[in-house]
Design a protein. Structure first.
Length: 580
């Protein structure tokens, strides 16, 4: 059973069809050599007048010749059966058995046992003991979460685990696993695991008391279906937090401060009030305490209503930034000076229900755009006059087959030489207003009695054509575009220092509400302040920051940022990656 006869191919010398012979014949050619030697010997003996018949008889009946002929017969038999080894180490095994045999001077009984052992080995090796599993369904979603089924036998001991309910989603989680308890000893339930079913009863949306009731009523075996805790969760901070200013933190020294836009690796969420997290890219191996999402939200609400002054300051910042941004816009974005959305936004952002209060943390995951998917929408934002429009225009001019901006809509009459869909989509006032009512505009506004706006349909159109869509908008418009479909990548164009502005903007022109196309004069400090204000207020939405110092350098940097955004893994909200 430990041999394999290898077939080799040879060609007959007479160009006859290819024939296959086995290595047995090679072995046989050795035997024939010996036999021919024997015949030679006999021939010489005959020549010396010796009794040849006698000698020939003795030679042919020699034991070694018989042994050689037996080997030949065996090889022929192997050729017919074509045996192959069951184990790659079979020759080693046979050697071991051989040594054992020699060392133990085995009797015929022992030899019989060894033979039986080897034949048992062969029959076991030939059998297939793998469990036969049904094939996986073809339509299984790629991101299907792995479910673990845990079976515990209930005795008079408690389960040794506590549960908690996520008040936002109604999901039930394992809160703690008591050391040495039944759940702990099973090694199958861990804190943070999502409990899906208990004995076939779905528990999502139930109150913890109702789940406990199901457990109490269960006897014998209890079957849990859980989605295991994925371990780390990554969150983007949407608010600022300082533990030294928080009287409720159990240990301020163990707390971790963070700012809006920071990426946090949350390593422990087992406590309902205090999580443990590290800031990324992380240098510190030790995690710090941060308030849980629900804790932070209730803190914010409390603080908000307790401090009317802060609300007033917030309103003031909004109106200052509105005032600053209303001052400088160039011709392309002239209509924004009286943007309706902006006015409405500056009111709604003062409300305690603003998004920042609703989601103090945004769960994020790394995402890489698959090549067959639309490009991500590229949004440029920056303080008025910083050069957002200039950068966008240069980028498109450099590579018009790759980059494109959406064609805006307007109610102004079409001029000679213009084509609808090229410079603008020329529409009636009624259609424009209908589109406004149906939330089709990212931004819209009025200039010299005419309406102008950028629609989401125009953005879709650019992306559908396989181009990269670049838009520059007011920062409060970002929220409107943060959708799973567009997966926007936001680049903040930041102002350099006033000194650098003065050096680089010598030939620059600006347009304000009052003066058209005037040179930059003493606006640099104001521009830098407006840039800082904008960054402080919206940085949680920025994916990248680009300082617009030297124009050519800024253009090169912008190209490389966009390439990375489209082709390399980036953090995005997990909700953008989920399949419905
Ligand atoms: N890095 C730079 N170096 C020199 N000049 C620049 C630079 N960036 C922009 N400019 C010039 O500054 C002026 C304002 O730029 P731009 O119109 O792009 O500003 P903006 O941020 O779009 O503001 P607005 O919306 O008010 O037009 C333009 O004359 C532009 O050519």
């Amino acid at each position: 059973m430990f041999w394999k006869v290898t077939d080799i191919e040879i060609k007959s010398p007479l160009n006859s069809p290819t024939v296959f012979v086995s290595t047995c014949f090679l072995a046989f050619s050795g035997v024939t050599d010996i036999l021919s030697g024997v015949v030679d010997d006999v021939g010489q003996a005959v020549g010396r007048n010796i009794d040849g018949a006698q000698l020939l008889y003795e030679l042919l009946s020699a034991p070694w010749l018989r042994s050689l002929l037996k080997i030949y017969e065996c090889l022929l038999q192997f050729q017919r059966l074509s045996p192959s080894p069951f184990l790659p180490y079979a020759s080693g095994l046979s050697h071991e058995v051989h040594i054992l045999h020699i060392n133990t001077h085995s009797t015929s009984t022992q030899a019989g046992m060894e033979e039986a052992l080897l034949s048992t080995h062969d029959s076991v090796a030939q059998s297939d003991y793998e469990p036969v599993l049904p094939p996986l369904p073809d339509d299984l979603p790629d991101d299907e979460e792995a479910m673990r089924i845990v079976c515990l036998v209930k005795n008079n001991q408690p389960l040794g685990a506590t549960i908690r309910r996520n008040e936002e989603t109604g999901e039930i989680y394992i809160a703690r696993v008591i050391h040495g308890g039944l759940a702990d000893r099973s090694g199958l339930l861990h804190s943070g695991d999502l409990l899906v079913e208990v004995n076939g009863n779905p528990v999502g949306g139930l109150e913890p008391e109702e789940v406990i009731q199901i457990l109490t009523n269960s006897h014998g075996t209890i079957l849990f279906k859980v989605i295991p805790n994925p371990g780390q969760v990554y969150m983007k901070a949407m608010v600022d937090y300082c533990p030294l200013q928080d009287a409720s933190i159990p240990c301020p020294d163990a707390g971790m401060a963070f700012s809006r836009g920071d990426l946090l690796e949350v390593v422990d969420q087992s406590d309902a009030h205090w999580w443990q997290a590290r800031k990324l890219p992380c240098a510190a191996s030790c995690a710090g305490l941060i308030p849980s999402a629900s804790m932070l939200k209730s803190k914010q609400k409390e603080q908000w209503w307790r401090q009317p002054l802060q609300r007033f300051a917030h309103d003031l910042i909004n109106s200052i930034s509105w005032f600053l941004s209303a001052g400088f816009r160039r011709s392309f974005r002239l209509w924004r000076r009286t943007s309706y959305r902006k006015r409405r936004q500056s009111c709604t952002t003062c409300s305690p229900n603003s998004n920042a209060l609703n989601t103090p943390y945004e769960e994020v995951a790394l995402y890489q755009r698959p090549p067959q998917e639309n490009h991500r929408l590229i949004i440029l934002v920056g303080a008025p006059g910083v050069g957002v429009n200039e950068l966008r225009k240069r980028l498109i001019k450099l590579n018009p087959s790759t980059f494109q901006s959406p064609v805006p809509h307007t109610t102004r009459p079409i001029r000679p030489g213009e084509q609808s869909g090229t410079e603008y989509h020329f529409v009636t006032k009624e259609l424009f207003e209908y589109m406004v009512c149906n939330h089709r505009f990212v931004e819209y506004g009025e200039s010299k009695g005419q309406l102008y706006g950028t629609s989401t349909d125009a953005i879709d159109e650019v992306l559908r054509r396989g181009r990269m869509c670049i838009i520059d908008i007011e920062p409060h418009g970002i929220q409107f575009l943060r959708t799973k479909k567009l997966k926007p990548f936001v680049i903040f164009v930041k102002a350099p220092s006033p000194e650098r502005l003065r050096q680089t903007r010598r030939d620059a022109r600006i347009i304000t509400n009052f003066t058209i196309n005037r040179a930059f004069t003493d606006d640099f400090v104001e521009l830098e302040e407006a840039s800082q204000l904008m960054e402080a207020k919206y940085r949680q939405f920025f994916d990248s920051v680009l300082v617009n110092d030297d124009l050519q350098d800024a253009c090169i940097q912008l190209c490389s940022i966009i390439q990375q955004a489209q082709n390399e893994p980036q953090w995005i909200p997990v909700s953008w990656g989920r399949t419905e």
